[in-house]
Design a protein around this ligand. Structure first.
Ligand SMILES: [Zn+2]
Length: 77
């Protein structure tokens, strides 16, 4: 399991906090390096779009409360 993780570099999307492959556009929100590369929302239906927007707002709210990842936590890997 650990070997697998070390081979596949996973980043966390800064926009939606979902795990994304490094150097890959986030499939969830279409952002890459802080820029919107794919307009994911435009491909969704109205209903899905609303749900996604709601999810994003929720994440943004939680972000304010959450503490940033410390070096200690990173070294545990
Ligand atoms: Zn994302």
């Amino acid at each position: 399991m650990h070997k697998y993780i070390s081979r596949v570099v996973l980043n966390v999307c800064p926009k939606c906090k979902k795990p994304v492959l490094a150097h890959t556009v986030c499939k969830n929100c279409g952002y890459y390096k802080g820029k919107e590369v794919i307009n994911v929302l435009s491909k969704l239906t109205k209903k899905d779009k609303k749900a996604r927007e709601k999810e994003m707002k929720k994440i943004e709210k939680e972000e304010g409360k959450e503490k940033p990842v410390t070096m200690e936590e990173l070294s545990k890997r």
